[in-house]
Design a binder for this molecule. Structure first.
Ligand code: ADP
Length: 498
């Protein structure tokens, strides 16, 4: 009989299932998109049943594609969009309303209010996070305040809160599993990342009844079993992690100082900081990477707001590209960007600049500038922004990395990765399996189910497809970085305060 590990990868726009062989190879993949709901400006919601049905649909299809049977699946791993907030009825499993998605800004005014009362430091010390609508606590509070009868029902123990991992496990187990893992809990603003428990001060601050919260467990280990009436077999669920943390695990960044970068719509850099949470003053987030092999590992996280989406802008806004995948070819028509810099500060700039009033800027244009230079400058901007966040992380922690593993849609771009190696002056590794998020979830589940003994065994299953070595000399690199920083200065404080 074949043996598979099933990774459920529940993302913001689609639910994906990847079946891995126990040797860590992809056997099949299935993806189902589901609707994004925008009930008001700045609000983003998902229908919890659409999340569930698309995820179960993808799981069934992935198994059908290999002609497999449910008993051949020996473990399930779950990875998911983080922070998205759901509430449901403990008895029936019926959702109370739509999920409030991480992108939703509806609680921005409440966060401003709390910030003025000076709670931010306490929150940062306990959770490692900033006071921002992004995280779950203010979303959950909003649901309790704005759904008739919800608060009383929550206090009576009739309602459950969960992030997407908890919701999926509840459904898969027919209501038997009500749990989450450290990495997902660490994104709620309610979880103390030092005591590894829900924090009473934070629960009081956000007015959340403890009885509606799931049990928090390490990311690796038995959470419970799927209900055979739902999945067709009693399968152990034994690996759970938020998407970025799962990717860090999937990239085998098991040692302190190792980091990975994901080039997706936005960019996500995570650095393993070992067994102690590392708090910084410069807007980087401190988070739990995972609980595995009987210990807890922490990470620092920095993001680039506009990464691959700048390429979408070239395609859909400027219409100088037919497809994102043409960008490497188009950019290779010129030897360099001809002194042009694009700063894609479309929605302001994050780390290390932190300026919400920055706006996109193109500088260095001459009569010789062509669209190819602009396309090349956009690809280069992805590498410069990544270098800025890495520089901040390395300066904050004193840790450095000898090489950078990468993933995400835009990591298919060879020109980008070559330039990234030049700007960082370190080799860039692109793994053969760029589905690192699902791979990470599958590996956590494999460890949890005892299929693998340790992370050393997982390292041996990860193959590098290509390494990009730096070609540029250091002087040239320094000259370009300096020019990039001058370009960024031109973009700062552009939008006037209203
Ligand atoms: P997400 O998971 O954040 O939705 P993906 O990891 O699927 O995103 O990456 C999609 C992004 O990558 C898009 O913004 C797209 O413009 C960009 N992208 C995809 N392929 C390439 C490429 N070959 N070169 C540059 N950018 C690309």
């Amino acid at each position: 009989m074949n043996r598979y590990i099933m990774a459920l990868d529940q993302g913001t726009t689609s639910s994906r299932c990847i079946l891995f062989t126990t040797e860590g190879k992809i056997a099949s993949t299935s993806t189902r998109e589901f609707p994004q709901l925008f009930p008001q400006e700045g609000w983003v919601e998902h229908d919890p049943m659409a999340i569930w049905s698309s995820q179960i649909g993808a799981a069934v299809e992935a198994l059908l594609k290999v002609g497999g049977q449910w008993p051949e699946v020996c473990a399930i791993g779950i990875t998911n969009q983080r922070e998205t907030t759901l509430v449901w009825d403990r008895k029936t499993g019926a959702p109370l309303g739509n999920a409030i998605v991480w992108q939703c800004r509806r609680t921005a005014a409440y966060c401003d209010q709390l910030r003025e009362t000076g709670y931010e430091d306490m929150i940062k010390q306990k959770t490692g996070l900033l006071l921002d609508p992004y995280f779950s606590a203010t979303k959950l509070r909003w649901i309790l305040e704005n759904t008739p009868g919800a608060r009383a029902r929550a206090e009576a123990g009739e309602l459950c809160f969960g992030t997407v991992d908890t919701w999926l496990m509840y459904q898969l187990s027919g209501g038997k599993i009500f749990a989450t893992d450290y990495s997902n809990a660490s994104r709620t603003l309610l979880f103390n990342i030092r005591t590894l428990d829900w924090d009473d001060d934070l629960l009081a601050l956000f007015d959340i009844p403890r009885c509606m919260l799931p049990e928090v467990k390490p990311s690796q280990g038995l959470f419970g079993y799927s209900d055979p009436d739902i999945l067709g077999a009693r399968i152990p669920i034994c690996g759970v992690a938020g998407d970025q943390q799962a990717a860090l695990f999937g990239q085998c960044c098991f040692e302190k100082g190792m980091m990975k970068n994901t080039y997706g719509t936005g960019g996500f850099l995570l650095m393993n900081t070992g067994d102690t949470p590392f708090l910084t003053e410069n807007g980087l987030l401190t988070t739990v990477a995972w609980g595995a092999e009987d210990k807890v590992t922490y990470a620092l996280e920095g993001s680039v707001f506009v990464c691959g989406s700048a390429v979408q802008w070239l395609r859909d806004g400027l219409r100088i590209l037919d497809s994102a995948s043409d960008s490497a070819y188009m950019a290779s028509k010129v030897p360099d960007s001809g002194g042009v810099f694009v700063v894609p500060a479309f929605t302001g700039l994050g780390a290390p600049w932190w300026d919400p009033y920055a706006r996109g800027t193109i500088v260095g244009i001459t009569r010789a500038t062509t669209k190819y230079h602009i396309i090349r400058a956009v690809l280069e901007s992805m590498a410069y922004q990544t270098a800025d966040v890495i520089d901040l992380m390395q300066r904050s922690t004193g840790l450095s990395t000898p090489r950078l593993p990468v993933d995400g849609g835009a990591s298919a771009n060879d020109l980008l990765l070559g330039f990234q190696a030049d700007i960082l002056q370190c080799p860039i590794d692109r793994p053969r399996c760029i589905e690192t998020t699902a791979f990470g979830a599958a590996m956590l589940a494999g460890l949890g189910a005892g299929i693998y003994e340790n992370t050393e065994q997982i390292k041996r299953m990860r193959a590098i497809e290509r390494t990009f070595a730096p070609q540029m000399n250091k002087e040239e690199r320094d000259r370009r970085l300096k020019a990039w920083r001058r370009a960024v200065e031109r973009s700062l404080a552009w939008k006037e305060e209203e």
